[in-house]
Design a protein around this ligand. Structure first.
Ligand code: ASP
Length: 595
């Protein structure tokens, strides 16, 4: 071994021990002729001291050391002198008095600072190997590794078998664009990189593997969106002979284990709450509710069926009047309240009514004079308004009311995001609609293998948008962490779903034929789930971006500034895979590409 200890290991009980440490020179300081080198590795930092009188030749080498040189230091552990103990460091009570110092590798001047000063992200990604030396990234990636390990243990303790599925495949049905990989052996044909192992995991169920899981890499060629990566990792699972509740329990065990190693075990109390999609939209205006952001939205329509205030009467009959209480929000100025109205209109409402609960419990509002005492009291009681609260009302189509109030709810509750102390709020959102409107009629909201709710089968052709599915999402702090569904295992039902989405037979055959073929030979009822590992680690590390949890992420626009990918390839490479190019394009590429 090149070293006897790591840089995070030595304590007072090691005083007088002869040690050899290896690491990077974090900082080099000359204090009145005595040299201090903070030696850093992934385990911590140890102070090395070099005395010019005792070891002049070591001192001479030490004086040449610059930041980020890699060193080997041999010497004896000593107490730090009184007054120089550093309580912030685990090794802060000791130092190593260097008897020998060998530079193992020198470093050029650094292209970016490694302290906490803000650095442009492109620069960080261009020099990622340096950037990775930061304590923050060292800790994040270690945490991520512990999370993945805990998930594997949880899955295996529940009898799931880890099985790899291929990455050069035919298109998968997740609905995003595929990355394609041209084939040299079949010129003109392409593989796709999997958007998920969806079809393969279902085939594994047909193949008799009761419970499958995988920490799977997936690729989706999507337009740049906030905090998405073109490639990402998910815990992917599928099981036979199960219902929704079984899946919830398995996933809760795995995600709970991750919360435990992430130090957030207390925030994870299974069984997690469940909310149907319809209730989530009604109560929070979104299918990803953040339960930390205060009270749910209330429907106040029944209070206004007979009101003289025409705007509310009309909405109460044709749409809805809904309200939400911003606890303690009544101290806003008139100007701030007007801005909330502007925001509500931006969000799609025709207007916003605000009411402030005064100390005497009376409601102050521009429309108070149009409402009866009973109506005002009704609003206050139903929204549980206390003195100092702000009550917000929207009269519109029911869905608009909830969406606008839901968005305001999140913006008001945590204008700059929630603090760590607010804890975590997890829930299952269940019974998603089966279809959403697409360009050519209904399209599956999840994917076409998702089973419809058994009570809604007769609506499949007549009212497809009212059909509920057996799909579910796991949501944490207003972010979708994962989704899954119970699948269709019955061929007739599968055909009815394809008919509902109007998919032509030849497209069905070409895209999913191999799955449907397998389904002819005995399919167990099955269901599954996939959960984003990058996002889970991000939440547990309390980081604002998944890029802080990925060793080599791409920028938001999908570029890798480190390697320069994506990059042009040679004409020869294109030729090899049979990509037909016009002479003009060829000429252009010949001028541009590296060989
Ligand atoms: N394949 C789905 C996804 O990646 C998850 C699932 O249905 O299991 O979102």
């Amino acid at each position: 071994m090149m070293r006897t200890h790591t840089c995070g290991e030595l304590r007072v009980q090691d005083v007088d021990v002869q040690v050899t440490l290896c690491g990077w020179a974090d900082r080099v300081r000359d204090h009145g002729g005595v040299l201090f080198i903070d030696l850093r590795d992934t385990h911590g930092v140890t102070q090395v001291v070099v005395h010019p009188e005792d070891t002049p030749s070591v001192f001479a080498i030490g004086e040449t050391v610059r930041a980020e040189w890699v060193l080997s230091v041999a010497g004896k552990v000593a107490h730090r002198p009184d007054g120089t103990v550093n309580p912030d460091l685990h090794t802060g009570e000791i130092e190593v008095v260097a008897a020998a110092l060998e530079p193992l590798s020198k470093a050029d001047a650094l292209p970016l600072p490694l302290d906490d000063s803000p650095v442009d992200e492109r620069l960080r990604l261009t020099h990622r190997s340096l950037d990775l030396r930061r304590e923050r990234l060292q800790q994040n990636l270690q945490l991520r590794a512990r999370i993945v390990s805990s998930i594997r243990q949880a899955m295996e303790s529940q009898d799931f078998t880890e099985i790899e599925t291929p990455t050069l495949i035919r298109s998968t049905p997740e609905g995003a664009r595929d990355f394609i990989v041209p084939s040299r052996l079949s010129p003109g044909s392409c593989y796709a990189l999997p958007q998920s192992p969806q079809i393969y995991k279902q085939l594994l169920m047909v193949g008799g593997f009761d419970r499958y899981y995988q920490i799977a890499r997936c690729w989706r060629d999507e337009d740049a969106r906030a905090d998405r990566q073109l490639e990402f990792t998910q815990l992917d699972l599928e099981a036979s002979f199960c219902h929704e509740e079984d899946v919830y329990q398995w996933v809760e065990k795995a995600v709970g284990a991750a919360f435990e190693v992430g130090g957030r075990g207390a925030d994870f109390t299974p069984p997690l709450p469940r909310l149907t999609w319809h209730d989530a939209i009604r109560l929070y205006g979104t299918d990803k509710p953040d339960l930390r952001a205060g009270a749910p939205i209330e429907d106040l329509s029944s209070l206004f069926l007979e009101t003289e205030f025409q705007a509310f009467a009309a909405a109460a009959h044709k749409g809805a009047v809904r309200g939400w209480r911003a606890c303690g929000g009544g101290s806003r100025s008139r100007k701030e309240l007007d801005l909330l109205t502007v925001r509500a209109k931006e969000l799609g409402a025709q207007g916003l009514v605000w009411m402030v609960v005064e100390a005497d419990r009376k409601l102050r509002s521009p429309i108070a004079k149009f409402l009866s005492e009973a109506e005002l009291a009704g609003v206050r009681n139903q929204l549980h308004g206390d003195p100092g609260d702000l009550l917000l009302l929207v009269a519109d189509e029911a869905r608009v009311c909830s969406e606008v109030l839901g968005a305001l709810r999140v913006e008001i509750a945590a204008p700059r995001g929630h603090a760590v102390e607010d804890g975590m709020a997890l829930l299952w959102v269940t019974e998603f609609p089966m279809f959403e409107p697409g360009e050519n009629g209904p399209t599956p909201l999840h994917h076409p293998f998702t089973a419809p709710h058994p009570d809604d089968l007769e609506k499949m052709q007549t009212a497809p948008f009212e059909v509920r599915s057996r799909a579910y999402d796991l949501v944490v702090n207003g972010v979708e962490l994962g989704s899954g569904s119970i699948r269709i295992h019955d061929r007739d039902l599968q055909e009815r779903v394809f008919a509902a989405i109007g998919m032509p037979a030849d497209e069905i055959a070409s895209r999913f034929g191999f799955l449907l073929h397998a389904f002819r030979f005995g399919v167990p009822p099955h269901g599954g789930f996939a959960c984003g590992i990058d996002r889970l680690a991000m939440v547990l590390a309390d980081e604002p971006s998944i890029r802080e949890l990925i060793a080599f992420p791409k920028t938001q626009s999908g570029a890798d500034p480190l390697s320069g990918a994506p990059a042009p390839v040679t004409v020869q490479q294109l030729d090899d895979v049979g990509l037909l190019l016009s002479p003009e394009v060829r000429a252009q590429l010949a001028g541009k590409t590296a060989t």
